[in-house]
Each structure stands twice: as structure tokens, then as C-alpha cells.
Design a protein around this ligand. Structure first.
Ligand code: SF4
Length: 330
């Protein structure tokens, strides 16, 4: 039986190379699940990456590694359109057209712009200001109804909705779709430092495609309850990131055991981490096996991305015909 899908989802992800647990739990698992309910368009946004210098290093390699992770995790390229942003040049044209209805004052007030100029004061470029306009172009070019977002991205989607309304008002048209936000509960995955969000740039991450041995090494470095100095000290799992991860990857009995035994010093952190690492490796084993298989055929990922771009361009060009007509371009 063919199920009627609820509409079209769009999401873009910066090409950050091999994905880590934070990416996996925060985005990739959701991407995979959404395929059951929506027609999905997933874009690796390489043009967005150009706004920050470090993201442009190894751009091609990072794009391919990321696509490989997506496919191994369960993105189905026969249904889902997965492609590279710059392979659909219409997005640059729509970005330019939408920039005409994008007030500078509003763009520079967005929290993410303020964060960026704080992070890279030596490189406050035009692309940073126009980032939400390009993001809007990404979404509306594919006539997406729904955009899954975490709370930090919500202002950008609100901005996209306003831009669509401004465009419709300015050109007396209704050719674009005002996207709806789909709030996604994105778990905050802390890095192995136990303090900051997991991030490659902070080197506090665990790659999902790492070998089991490397995973064990990284897990061993995880910070635990800072008040538990000795093996004989009782611990508090509620403030320990290892316990948080047990709750995701371990069985109910194991979670209960860690909760109980940690509090009465019945289990040491070394054993507790070993158990977590074992369960994490077991959980990721099928993904890693698929990834290794896919990696043996390097042209496969390229073919998937080429086919995705071809299908994306068909939608994009149709939208642009309508947009050019609405704007009155000769
Ligand atoms: S026993 Fe486990 S939950 Fe308790 S402090 Fe150590 S690592 Fe954390």
C-alpha cells in the first residue's frame, strides 16, 4: 500500500565531514525517521560553509564523508532527494531576488549573526549577513512545507516566513510556500569534556564511524561526576554525562543498575564507561558495517548526489520560472 505523504520536508546541513554522536542523535536519526512521513529534500549546504574559513578546508572530502554517513544511517536515495547545494545554481539566483525584500536592519539583528560576528570578528563578510536569505532561498526553492528545526534555528525559519510574505506583498503574487516549523526535540549531546556541546572544533567528539577501539579510547576520556574522586566515593549519576549516554544506548536493566550502583559506589567509573562503550559499539555496529560496504564503491556516493541534484534542479527550475514571471523579469 502506498501511503500518502504529509508534504515536503527540507533540511540543510553544513558539510562537516565524518559525523559525531551529537550530529547523529540531533539530526541524522530525525532525517531518517522523517522519510516515513514526508517527501524529504536533504541538502549539503556547501555554499553556506564558505562563510566561515575553517569550514572551507577539505570541503569536497567533508561533503563526501558526510553523505556516506547519511546513507549508511538510512537515508533512502531512491525516495529522498539528497544533493549538494551548489549543484543547483538556481538557489543563488533566488537568493539575489529575495535579497531585494530583505531589510538589512532585520538581518543584522538576528541572534545567529550576532554570534558569528563575535566568533569571527576578523571576517564579518557579506555572506554572514545574507545567510538567512540564502537559507530562505534553500527552503522555498523546493517548495518545502515543513522544516525541522531545533530551537536555535527558529528565528531563521520565522525570518523565511516573513520573507515569503514580503515577496508576495511586493510582487502581488503567491507563488512561494510559507514553510512551517517542525520543532524537533534535539537532545543536547555534551562532548567528552562533559561541559560543552559535542563539536568537532572543540575536539570533544566521538565519531560514529570511528573504530570500536577508538570509541573505547574516547569514552575512557569522558568526564564523570566531578565530586567522585575515589572509587570508594559514592557518585551522582544525575550530573554525569556517562549516565546520560547510558540512558540512550543501554538496556533498562543496565540503566537501573548504573543508577543504583553508582550512588553506593558499587560500580567504578572505569567499569561504567566500559559498559557504555560496549553498548555504543554494539548499537553502531550495523551502521559501521553498511558504511564500510558503501565506502568500497566510491562512485556510489557521487552517483547518489548527482542524481539528487538532477531531481532537485527539476523542482528548482519550475519554481524559478514562476518567480521570474512574478517579479516581471523579461
Ligand atoms: S559510575 Fe558511571 S554514572 Fe557514576 S559517576 Fe562514574 S561514570 Fe558516572
Amino acid at each position: 500500500m502506498i501511503l500518502q505523504k504529509k508534504g515536503r520536508v527540507f533540511s540543510g546541513a553544513r558539510p562537516t565531514g565524518r559525523q559525531h554522536l551529537g550530529n547523529y542523535l540531533g539530526a541524522i536519526k530525525n532525517y531518517v525517521a522523517l522519510q516515513d512521513e514526508y517527501d524529504c529534500v536533504y541538502c549539503i549546504v556547501d555554499l553556506h560553509a564558505l562563510t566561515t574559513v575553517e569550514d572551507t578546508l577539505n570541503l569536497r572530502q567533508n561533503t563526501m564523508e558526510m553523505a556516506l554517513d547519511f546513507l549508511a544511517a538510512g537515508i533512502r536515495p531512491d525516495e529522498t532527494i539528497m544533493f549538494i547545494q551548489s549543484h543547483v545554481p538556481q538557489v543563488a539566483e533566488l537568493h539575489l531576488i529575495l535579497s531585494m525584500v530583505s531589510p538589512i536592519g532585520k538581518l543584522t539583528e538576528l541572534p545567529t549573526f550576532k554570534d558569528k560576528i563575535r566568533d569571527q570578528p576578523e571576517n564579518v563578510n557579506y555572506g554572514l549577513v545574507g545567510y538567512p536569505v540564502l537559507m530562505t532561498a534553500d527552503i522555498v526553492l523546493y517548495k518545502a512545507n515543513v522544516v525541522p528545526v531545533g530551537i536555535d534555528q527558529a528565528p531563521h525559519i520565522e525570518y523565511a516566513r516573513e520573507t515569503v510574505r514580503s515577496f508576495h506583498y511586493r510582487y502581488n503574487t503567491n507563488v512561494l510556500i510559507e514553510p512551517q516549523m517542525k520543532n524537533t526535540e534535539i537532545p543536547l549531546v555534551l562532548g567528552i569534556d562533559g561541559e560543552r556541546k559535542m563539536s568537532k572544533s572543540l575536539n570533544n567528539h566521538i565519531e560514529i564511524s570511528a573504530s570500536p577501539e577508538e570509541t573505547i579510547k574516547r569514552v575512557k576520556k569522558m568526564r564523570t561526576d566531578p565530586n567522585r574522586k575515589l572509587r570508594t566515593d559514592p557518585g551522582n549519576p544525575d550530573i554525569c554525562n556517562v549516565y546520560t549516554m547510558h540512558k540512550i544506548f543501554s538496556s533498562p536493566d543496565e540503566i537501573a543498575m548504573v543508577d543504583r550502583e553508582c550512588r553506593r559506589a558499587g560500580i567504578g567509573c572505569v567499569d561504567c564507561k566500559a559498559l557504555y562503550a560496549k553498548n555504543l559499539n554494539a548499537n553502531l555496529a550495523p551502521f559501521r558495517a553498511r558504511r564500510n560496504e558503501l565506502a568500497k564503491n566510491p562512485s556510489y556516493v557521487k552517483d547518489v548526489l548527482d542524481d539528487g541534484a538532477r531531481r532537485a534542479r527539476l523542482i528548482a527550475e519550475q519554481t524559478m520560472i514562476e518567480v521570474r514571471e512574478a517579479v516581471g523579469l523579461p
